[in-house]
Design a protein around this ligand. Structure first.
Ligand code: GLN
Length: 309
């Protein structure tokens, strides 16, 4: 077993010394107030060994990383019927792009771009009051993250409610194609709130463990999904998890990963570990700049890319 803690500590030191940190997201005003010098990294190996460094216990806004977990929930509800309403192909477009939706009649390319994630949220909402659906998502995160204190940052949700004009446009546009079942306001409300869940790197790495280990948490033995489903979610993370930066992420890091505009990335080393990194500054595709560099350094040092050394 490599000395994970040593590698994590080295990478945290290297990243903290860097001055190129990217730009924090400002289109959600609350995110613009986060200190860009924060940095956290947690790796949890199959045997439960935790290697942690930096600001790894500070909760941050998970934003689009929540889409991995809402996808898991929606697949649990409707199974493969979900794929009638959302595709599985990389979009090659920014996360909030509207252009493909017209051509594709309101069927979003994949569940990780905003439009696709709203379709997924719509599936979770159907048959429930928004409050119940949101409670279900939050309890799922608390269960997976093994921490009942995980909560929604209401200030972040409210600030996106105020300024999420583009998401509002996407949801309305899909509704016009009949591709959204529930009211647009309910879908947006639930979507903004699950994006505003706040978690630390430690909680997030814990929550991702089932993806690294064939659908079950190796410590608790809890089976979350069948192995085949975990494999497929990982495939989507690899091809679509970083939007139009997904190719670059696969090329440099070589692991399934999902980013969020809060600066977090959840990465999965199948059979080996669940990894969460956080650095609030983003690159032009809206993915954590130092988060990606840290993961690149990490997989390189350990030879953990799924594509080989
Ligand atoms: N809530 C954000 C949005 O809809 C999530 C985007 C992201 O993290 N990439 O814009």
């Amino acid at each position: 077993m490599p000395d994970l803690q040593r590698v994590v500590s080295e990478i945290v030191d290297e990243m903290r010394a860097r001055t190129d940190r990217g730009e924090v997201a400002t289109y959600i005003s609350e995110l613009g107030r986060v200190d860009p010098s924060l940095f956290g990294l947690v790796v949890i190996a199959e045997d439960g060994t935790v290697a942690a460094g930096g600001d790894c216990d500070l909760p941050f806004s998970i934003q689009s990383i929540s889409k991995v977990f809402t996808l898991t929930l929606a697949l649990g509800k409707v199974g493969d019927r979900l794929w009638r309403r959302v595709g599985k192909e990389p979009s090659g477009s920014p996360f909030n792009s509207i252009v493909q939706l017209e051509r594709e009649q309101g069927i979003p390319r994949n569940p990780f771009i905003n439009a696709g994630a709203m379709t997924v949220t719509d599936v979770i909402l159907s048959g429930h009051q928004p409050r119940e659906a949101l409670g279900e998502i939050l309890r799922f995160m608390q269960f997976l993250g093994q921490d009942p204190t995980i909560t929604i940052d209401e200030a972040v949700a409210a600030s996106e409610q105020r300024t999420g004009f583009r998401n509002r446009a996407l949801a309305n546009y899909m509704k016009s194609f009949g591709a959204i079942e529930n009211s647009v306001d309910y879908v947006l409300g639930a979507y903004f709130h699950h994006c505003a869940i706040a978690m630390s790197c430690r909680q997030l790495a814990t929550a991702g463990r089932f993806l690294a280990h064939l659908g079950r948490n190796p410590d608790t033995g809890h089976s979350v999904v069948q192995p085949e489903r975990a494999r497929r979610i990982n495939a989507l993370m690899l091809t679509c998890g970083h939007y139009d930066g997904s190719g670059e992420f696969a090329y440099r890091v070589g692991l399934p990963g999902k980013s969020g505009v809060g600066g977090g990335i959840l990465a999965v080393a199948p059979g080996k570990a669940s990894i969460a990194v956080w650095s609030p500054g983003l690159d032009p595709s809206g993915n954590s700049h130092l988060g990606r560099l840290a993961l690149e350094a990490f997989t390189k040092r350990l030879g953990w890319s799924i594509f080989g050394m």
